[in-house]
Design a protein around this ligand. Structure first.
Ligand code: 2AM
Ligand code: CA
Length: 257
């Protein structure tokens, strides 16, 4: 199963990279003023869905650009983001990824995140640990904010929501070593899993942004909650992803007004 997922993500990523060369303004569309989608997103999504349906015809699929298909009470649900970080993709910044997750009976089961410009393939399966390009990865052990590198994002601004992340950003930025904003939630989570980044938080993401990252972080020894420490993530109460040891400290900061 994991090999099937890895091959699919690699092929999809290579396809995105190849198609990027031919991307013209005619291939750019807007979900709203800031929220871009390209013909490549749709093409890659169709490629992934077709391959999954061929291999597993009775599994359900949830994908960013086309929504849910064939629910039918299947035990398995695939959750796909063909290009997570579409803005980076359009601007030819390297931080975008193909994200493919498999959930079983409503719980995370397996996931792969592939960043074609970085040629980094993150993968994990329940109970079997997480790897980056075949090598085991683990979250960091940093336990003080002042030593932490954090990731965040502003999907809420793009989606035009009133509630934004700037308040949290202003509170946390002066307390940590630094903050990165790389633009792909799936990769941000993979970076936590690899111990490069110590925590990540964001508001108003969707399940397809985080499904593969979730199992990869959990299998790398990390923790995933909403802003209140519960499990109503990622859309209702935000998402916090960390190495575990810094988690409660981050929740404290996010709880303050
Ligand atoms: P995308 O590139 O696939 O849209 C960046 O802050 C992160 O937020 C990315 O993972 C991005 O995914 C996601 N994102 C941006 N706008 C979003 C929206 N309107 N709904 C959900 N996720 C969004
Ligand atoms: Ca996404």
């Amino acid at each position: 199963m994991l090999n099937f997922m890895e091959n699919l993500a690699r092929e999809a990523g290579t396809m995105a990279l190849e198609q990027r060369k031919h991307l013209s303004s005619a291939g750019l569309h807007f979900k709203n003023e800031r929220d871009l989608v390209t013909d490549v997103d749709r093409q890659v999504e169709n490629f992934i869905k077709t391959n999954i349906s061929r291999q597993f015809p009775d599994h359900a699929i949830l994908a960013e650009e086309s929504g849910i298909s064939q629910e039918r009470g299947s035990e398995y649900l695939w959750v796909i983001d063909p290009i997570d970080g579409t803005t980076s993709f359009v601007h030819d910044m390297p931080f975008y990824s193909v994200s493919i997750a498999l959930r079983r009976n409503g719980r995370p089961y397996a996931g792969v995140v592939y960043a074609p410009r970085l040629d980094e393939l993150y993968r994990a399966e329940l109970g079997k640990g997480a790897t980056l390009n075949g090598r085991p990865i683990h979250v960091s052990a940093r336990d003080k904010l002042v030593n932490c590198l954090a990731e965040t994002g502003f999907a809420c601004l793009r989606a035009g929501h009133r509630e934004n992340n700037l308040k949290h950003f202003c509170r946390i930025a002066p307390q940590v070593r630094d903050i990165r904003r790389d633009g792909s939630a799936a990769l941000d989570m993979a970076f936590v899993a690899a111990g490069r980044v110590d925590f990540f938080w964001e508001m108003l993401l969707q399940p397809y942004d985080i499904a593969a990252g979730e199992i990869i972080v959990l299998e790398a020894g990390g923790r995933v909650t909403d802003f209140q420490g519960g499990n109503e993530y990622p859309d209702r109460r935000g998402i916090v992803v960390s190495n575990g040891v810094i988690h409660d400290r981050v929740l404290e900061e996010l709880a303050l007004d």
